[in-house]
Design a protein around this ligand. Structure first.
Ligand code: MG
Length: 334
């Protein structure tokens, strides 16, 4: 018996009846021989960690654009926090932790530079629209690995696509990631907003805090514990109405005060300008993109391939490209 076969047997014995089993995976678009050491989902997790798009998350914005301090979240640390919250919930509910982790680590691979402002700009520019969850799937399907993609299992691909947007997750593990994403970003964005002085402790909504707790750690703990308690013995994830309401209230507050508030406008307008200039430039000169994107252009159209190229950029790479292309060289030595 191989190690993988033993792990699959353990899954059959230990996981909840509605959990996803690696041995029952619907498989990959291009069939591959199984690995002796790892289940299909462990293998997917490893492929995601080793891909280039995962490393670029380090220099992509979460919410705070080019943060001054080293303690603000980036897209990479956000992803790691989501994975940690999702794995805690999955393990407590006897769901497949490997599948959960793979989906979590891959969920934001398609995120644009400059956070959601970048997503909004590309959505405006691309005729068929742009959404980061769809782009994450595109990254693992056809942008990574010199255009061959990572050939991930159907379960991981579906979980990545459905972590946000109108489509419902198709497995309890995918539900875990969707829930963990919200728990993670609400809490760490609030923490970063307090760190930046955008919010003061006394301004936070008291009715939400009475339910969720007065500190970062107690709020996360309340949310995770509530999900585990309310979902135990059920095939779908749930939250108690009380905690759900408090979390929705906090989310509403964050949208008003952090995500949509006017303090972001000047910097967001600059990021929007950078991406629009780069988009026009590369649509007019597609041959200046790396060859892999030129090839995508032949297959899927120039606009699509330019959006692929732009969405792959980190914040600093996009800013540097803009500086190179549109500012006099004397400026670049500043
Ligand atoms: Mg996310």
């Amino acid at each position: 018996m191989t190690v993988r076969e033993r792990l699959e047997q353990q899954e059959a014995l230990l996981l909840a009846p509605w959990a996803t089993h690696a041995a029952d995976s619907a498989g990959r678009a291009r069939p591959e021989a199984p690995c002796d050491l790892r289940t299909a989902f462990q293998r997917d997790r490893d492929r995601i960690i080793h891909c280039k798009a995962f490393r670029r998350l380090k220099f992509k914005t979460q919410v705070f654009l080019s943060p001054e301090g080293d303690h603000y979240r980036t897209r990479l640390t956000h992803t790691l926090e989501v994975a940690q919250v999702a794995r805690t919930i999955a393990r407590a509910l006897r769901l497949n932790e490997d599948l959960t982790e793979a989906i979590a680590l891959g969920h934001d691979l398609g995120h644009t530079p400059y956070g959601h402002i970048g997503e909004r700009t590309l959505n405006d520019l691309l005729p068929e629209g742009f959404r980061h969850n769809e782009q994450s799937l595109r990254v693992v399907d056809c942008l990574e690995n010199d255009g061959r993609g990572l050939n991930l299992t159907a379960e991981v691909r579906s979980g990545i696509l459905r972590h946000s947007g109108p489509l419902r997750p198709e497995s309890p593990e995918a539900e875990c990631v969707r829930k963990a994403d919200r728990i993670a970003y609400l809490n760490h964005d609030l923490d970063d907003a307090l760190r930046a002085g955008i919010l003061k402790d006394f301004e936070l909504p008291g009715d939400c805090l009475r339910v969720l707790g007065n500190s970062h750690r107690s709020r996360i703990n309340t949310m995770i514990t509530d999900v585990v308690r309310e979902s135990a013995g059920r095939p779908h994830l749930a939250m108690s109405p009380l905690v759900q309401e408090a979390m929705d209230g906090l989310r509403e507050f964050m949208f008003q005060r952090v995500y949509r508030d006017g303090w972001r406008d000047p910097e967001e307008a600059r990021c929007d300008t950078v991406l629009r200039h780069l988009y026009d430039h590369f649509c007019a000169h597609p041959g200046e993109m790396p060859e892999e994107f030129v090839l995508i252009g032949y297959r899927d159209g120039i606009e699509r391939s330019v959006c692929d190229y732009l969405s792959c950029m980190t914040d600093r790479f996009a800013t540097r490209k803009f500086t190179e292309l549109f500012l006099p060289s004397s400026f670049q030595s500043f």
